[in-house]
Structure formats: structure tokens, C-alpha cells
Write a protein that binds this ligand. Structure first.
Ligand code: NAP
Length: 281
């Protein structure tokens, strides 16, 4: 079943604006089945990472699905512990082996390293692309200054910055920097880890459209220019709900009402050991 998920195009590549997040599977034995279910009901974009331990399940889910490899966009990431060139190359190899794939659609630096110069990691990222292991390359959890530095250092165009973005956080500075440099924005924790879709403002807008709070929280993001979402769910019904977003539109007034919720100022992903100095607004 195709949901005709709209595509965001950069540098000749087209990213489906909704992807399945695969970071959390409390019951790992169910993970491949959930991933292949997602693909069979219309997901064409899966987000994984070396750090999540879900790459094997993504590969297994893809092989068990009705889709062919080339129809599914797979993103994975290299952790900050593998920021040195040799480690980076080994991590990419490990990802490909784990998923049993011969290329990755989008390869990201998962977090900036505090110890390895960005120049070395960006060169390793570029090499993965030049060697044909990754079709597109990008970054994640990068601040404005890190985006500027990465763009300067990279020979190849950077495709996106994957950041925490949902209705409860103001990411205007990072969004503006991404747009200035032609990077798409991929939103991780787009539901604010279960917070934003329960907000009374979101619920009341959802009721008017006959949709759920989660669908409105996701729609508010993808109605913004150059923004894709990566909701995670381990429930087949909610996985389906999270791509059923294309039969309604939020008005300008509804978009503004949800934008005001940023005053909640909640950053759900903020690990002390690896966070950079965030841009404050
Ligand atoms: N780059 C990074 O550093 C980074 C960091 C964090 C996450 N990510 C990516 O972002 C993805 C999403 O993050 P996340 O899963 O932590 O947060 P999230 O998508 O904001 O929220 C997931 C939570 O919302 C619930 N949920 C999902 N759909 C729902 C719906 N329609 N209605 C009600 N509840 C719903 C899920 O519960 P159920 O499972 O019970 O449905 C789960 O508890 C990850 O899987 C990963 O791919 C990237």
C-alpha cells in the first residue's frame, strides 16, 4: 500500500519526508517484523544508527518486506567514538555488513566529537561517499557554528542535519543555518518523546481535523520548508497512524498556535557526555 509520501529533494536525491525511527525496541524479537510491517504499509524511509543496535533488524525487515532495496531510503550514523578516520571506515563497513547492504542512502556523523578534529571526520565521511558506500552524507546534532565549519570542510555537498525538533523547542537558529547552506532538516524525537501530542492546543486542533494529536504534531513539522520527521513507534497501529498525514492541512493560524508551544522549552535528548554547546534562542 503506497501512501505517496512527499519527497524533499536536494543535490538530485529525494528523501521521503516521513521515516520510521528505529532507536527503541523494548521487545527486540519483534523489531524485524515491525520494520517489514512499516515498509509493507507504505514507509519508504528508515532511520537507524550503529549506536541503536537496530541495523541487523532493519536489514532483516527490509529483506522480509515486499519492497525492493532501491525503493527504500536507509539512513545510518557513525558514533562520536568512531570519529577518527580508520574507526569511521570500519563503522561504515560494520553497518553495511549488519544490514547486508552494499550502499547506504544517507550516512550521518551522529554527534560531533569533542576530541577528534572535525576535519578528519568530515574527510572520512567524504571518502565513504566517494567510495560509493553512501549516496548522500550529512550530520546530526550540529549547532550553527558546527554546520558552518562542516560545510567549509566538506568537498561533497552535505544533505541534512538531523536534530531534535518538535513543538516544544525553538530551533530557529539551526533551521536558518541549515536553510542558508541548503541542508534539509530531519527531526528526531518529533513527538517530543510522548509530550507534544498530548498538549491541549494540539489536541483541540486535531479534533477539528478528525486526526490524532500525534498526526497534528508531525504535520506541523512537515508543513515547514525542508523538514522531514522520524517518528518512532513499536505499535503497528501507531506506525500506520504516523504516515497517515496527507489528507489534511494546518491553517496558518493553527501553525502559529502550535509554534507558540515552544515556550515549553524542552530538550529531550541532551546527554552530558556528548552534547555540544547548544545554540540558545
Ligand atoms: N540523531 C540523534 O541523535 C537521534 C536521537 C534520538 C532519536 N533519533 C531518531 O529519532 C527517532 C524517534 O525518536 P524517539 O522514538 O525517541 O521519539 P518520538 O518519535 O518523539 O516518540 C516516540 C514515543 O512516542 C510514542 N508514539 C509514537 N507514535 C505515536 C502515536 N501516533 N501516538 C501516540 N504515541 C506515539 C512511542 O510509543 P509506542 O512505541 O508505544 O508507540 C514512543 O514512546 C528514533 O527512533 C531515532 O531514529 C535520533
Amino acid at each position: 500500500m503506497s501512501k505517496n509520501i512527499p519527497l524533499l529533494t536536494r543535490n538530485g536525491a529525494s528523501l521521503p519526508c516521513v521515516g520510521l525511527g528505529t532507536m527503541v525496541f523494548p521487545e527486540p524479537e519483534k523489531a524485524p517484523g515491525l520494520i517489514s510491517h512499516a515498509i509493507n504499509i507504505g514507509y519508504t524511509h528508515i532511520d537507524t544508527a550503529r549506536k541503536y543496535g537496530s541495523e541487523e533488524w532493519v536489514g532483516e525487515g527490509l529483506r522480509a518486506s515486499n519492497a525492493s532495496r532501491d525503493d527504500i531510503w536507509i539512513t545510518t550514523k557513525v558514533t562520536e567514538d568512531d570519529a577518527k578516520a580508520d574507526d569511521f571506515a570500519r563503522s561504515v563497513d560494520d553497518s553495511l555488513k549488519a544490514m547486508q547492504l552494499d550502499y547506504i542512502d544517507l550516512l550521518l556523523i551522529h554527534w560531533p566529537s569533542r576530541t577528534v578534529p572535525l576535519k578528519e571526520t568530515i574527510a572520512a565521511l567524504n571518502k565513504a561517499k566517494k567510495d560509493g558506500l553512501a549516496k548522500n552524507i550529512g550530520v546530526s546534532n550540529f549547532t550553527v557554528s558546527l554546520i558552518e565549519e562542516a560545510v567549509q570542510l566538506s568537498d561533497e555537498p552535505l544533505f541534512c542535519n538531523q536534530i531534535e525538533y518538535h513543538a516544544y523547542i525553538n530551533q530557529d537558529k539551526v533551521l536558518n543555518a541549515c536553510r542558508k547552506h541548503g541542508l534539509l532538516v530531519e527531526c528526531h524525537v518529533p513527538l517530543g518523546r510522548g509530550r507534544t501530542y498530548k498538549d491541549p492546543v494540539v489536541i483541540s486542533i486535531a479534533e477539528k481535523h478528525g486526526k490524532t494529536g500525534a498526526q497534528v504534531a508531525l504535520k506541523w513539522l512537515i508543513q515547514q520548508e525542508g523538514v522531514a520527521v522520524l517518528p518512532g513507534s513499536t505499535n503497528p497501529g501507531r506506525i500506520e497512524e504516523n504516515i497517515d498525514l496527507f489528507d489534511f492541512e494546518l491553517s496558518e493560524d493553527e501553525m502559529s498556535q502550535i509554534s507558540e508551544l515552544r515556550s515549553n522549552n524542552i530538550r529531550a535528548v541532551n546527554p552530558e557526555v556528548r552534547r555540544p554547546v547548544w545554540d540558545t534562542v
